[in-house]
Design a protein around this ligand. Structure first.
Ligand code: G6P
Length: 362
C-alpha cells in the first residue's frame, strides 16, 4: 500500500518508495479509467488541452526531468508542440509565448515557490494552467484551473522516486487522452502499456542484489561519474545523475551521447565510471559507439540495455516495454544504483545534506 507513512521493515523511505512504484502504476491505471476500460479525465481538462496551440511545462528538479519525458510523449502522441522550462528561469527570462498557451505545472509537493511564482505571473497574464501533483489541495493545485493527481501516496525521502514515474505515467495518459479527443488514431493503449510497465518494475525491484553489486563495483570510491544516453535515454541520464548527486554526493552529470566529444570526454580518465543507457532502437548503434570511445580512454563503462536490444557484455538488461515508456523502467536501476552508492558511502539516504523535500522559498 503506497499510502502508508511508516517505514515498516525498510531501512529507508527511499527504498520503500522505489519498491512502491508498481503499486503506484496500478493506482494510476485504476484512477484514470472508467467502467468500460476507457480513459477518464475531466471534460474541462480535455477542452483545455484541445484548445492549446502550445504547452509550456514548468517544473523544478526531478519534476523538470519528468517534464522532459512528458514533452516527448505529448509531441509524439498528441501532436502539440511542448516547451519545458525550469521554473526559476522562466520567471526572469520569460520566452515569447504562443497565442493559446496552456501551462502545465509538474510538482510532487505542489508547493515549490519557484513554480508558484510562474503560476502567479501567467495567471496575471490571463493564461490557463493545469497542475500535476501528488498533493491534492496544495498551493499549485488550488491556484491552477485544473489538477491531475499522481496517486503515488506520500513521498517522504528527499530524493524523489515514485513521484517521477507517476508523473511520467500521468503525462502519458494525458497525451493519449488528448490524441483521442483530437481524433488522432494511435496504436498505443496507455492502460495496457502501463500494466506491462508495472510488471517490469516488479521484476526490477526484485533484482536489488545485482544492482547493489554494480554500485559497489562502480561507485564505492569514485569522485565523479557520467551518465550518457540518446533520445529518450538522455532524459533519464539527467535524472540518474541528479539522483546520484543528491544522495551520494558523487559529482555526476548526464550527457547526450553525441555531445560527449564536444567537451566532456576530456574528463574521462582511467577508471572514470560511465553509465550508458541503451533502450532506444534507433540510437542503439550510436550509443554503443560512444561507449567504445570512452572505454578507449580508460572509462569503467556500464551498459544498461533493454530486452531485445541487449548484447552479451551488457551489465544489466531491463524488461522490454513500449519504447515511449522506457524511462519508467530504465530509471529504476538508476534509483537503486544511487541508493546503494549512498548507503555504502555512509550517507544519510533519506535526508541528504543541504536539501529540502520541498523548497517553499525562492
Ligand atoms: C526539491 C526536492 C526535489 C524536487 C524539487 C521539486 O528540490 O529536493 O526532489 O524534485 O524540489 O519539487 P516538487 O515538489 O515541485 O516536485
Amino acid at each position: 500500500d503506497a499510502s502508508d507513512t511508516e517505514k515498516g521493515t525498510y531501512a529507508h523511505y527511499m527504498l520503500k518508495e522505489i519498491d512502491e512504484q508498481p503499486i503506484v502504476m496500478r493506482n494510476i491505471i485504476k484512477n484514470y479509467q472508467n467502467e468500460n476500460n476507457e480513459l477518464k479525465l475531466d471534460a474541462d481538462i480535455r477542452s483545455a488541452m484541445k484548445a492549446a496551440d502550445r504547452i509550456y511545462i514548468i517544473a523544478a528538479g526531478t519534476s523538470y526531468h519528468a517534464g522532459l519525458v512528458g514533452k516527448e510523449l505529448i509531441e509524439k502522441l498528441a501532436n502539440i508542440p511542448v516547451e519545458v522550462h525550469v521554473a526559476s528561469e522562466f520567471s526572469y527570462n520569460t520566452p515569447l509565448l504562443s497565442e493559446k498557451p496552456l501551462f502545465v505545472f509538474i510538482s510532487q509537493s505542489g508547493e515549490t515557490a519557484d513554480s508558484r511564482a510562474v503560476l502567479v505571473k501567467i495567471k496575471e497574464m490571463g493564461h490557463p494552467a493545469l497542475t500535476i501533483t501528488n498533493v491534492p489541495g496544495s498551493t499549485l493545485s488550488r491556484e491552477a484551473d485544473h489538477t491531475l493527481h499522481l496517486y503515488a501516496g506520500p513521498e517522504i525521502a528527499v530524493a524523489s522516486t515514485k513521484a517521477y514515474t507517476a508523473q511520467i505515467a500521468v503525462l502519458a495518459i494525458l497525451a493519449v487522452d488528448t490524441a483521442n479527443v483530437k481524433g488522432i488514431q494511435l496504436d498505443f493503449d496507455p492502460l495496457q502499456e502501463l500494466a506491462i510497465v508495472a510488471t517490469a518494475m516488479e521484476t526490477l525491484t526484485g533484482q536489488k542484489e545485482e544492482i547493489e553489486q554494480l554500485a559497489r563495483d562502480y561507485f564505492e570510491t569514485t569522485r565523479n561519474a557520467f551518465f550518457i544516453g540518446r533520445s529518450g535515454d538522455y532524459n533519464v541520464s539527467l535524472e540518474a545523475a541528479l539522483k546520484l548527486k543528491e544522495i551520494s554526493y558523487i559529482q555526476a552529470e548526464g550527457f547526450a551521447g553525441g555531445e560527449l566529444k564536444h567537451g566532456t570526454i576530456a574528463l574521462i580518465e582511467e577508471g572514470t565510471p560511465v553509465i550508458a543507457l541503451a533502450t532506444q532502437e534507433n540510437v542503439n548503434y550510436s550509443i554503443r559507439s560512444n561507449v567504445q570511445e570512452v572505454v578507449a580512454r580508460g572509462a569503467n563503462a556500464m551498459i544498461i540495455s533493454m530486452k531485445g536490444l541487449e548484447e552479451d557484455d551488457d551489465s544489466f538488461v531491463v524488461p522490454h516495454v513500449n519504447e515511449l515508456l522506457t524511462p519508467l523502467v530504465s530509471v529504476i536501476p538508476m534509483q537503486l544504483l544511487a541508493y546503494y552508492a549512498a548507503l555504502h558511502r555512509g550517507c544519510d539516504v533519506d535526508k541528504p545534506r543541504n536539501l529540502a523535500k520541498s523548497v517553499t522559498v525562492e
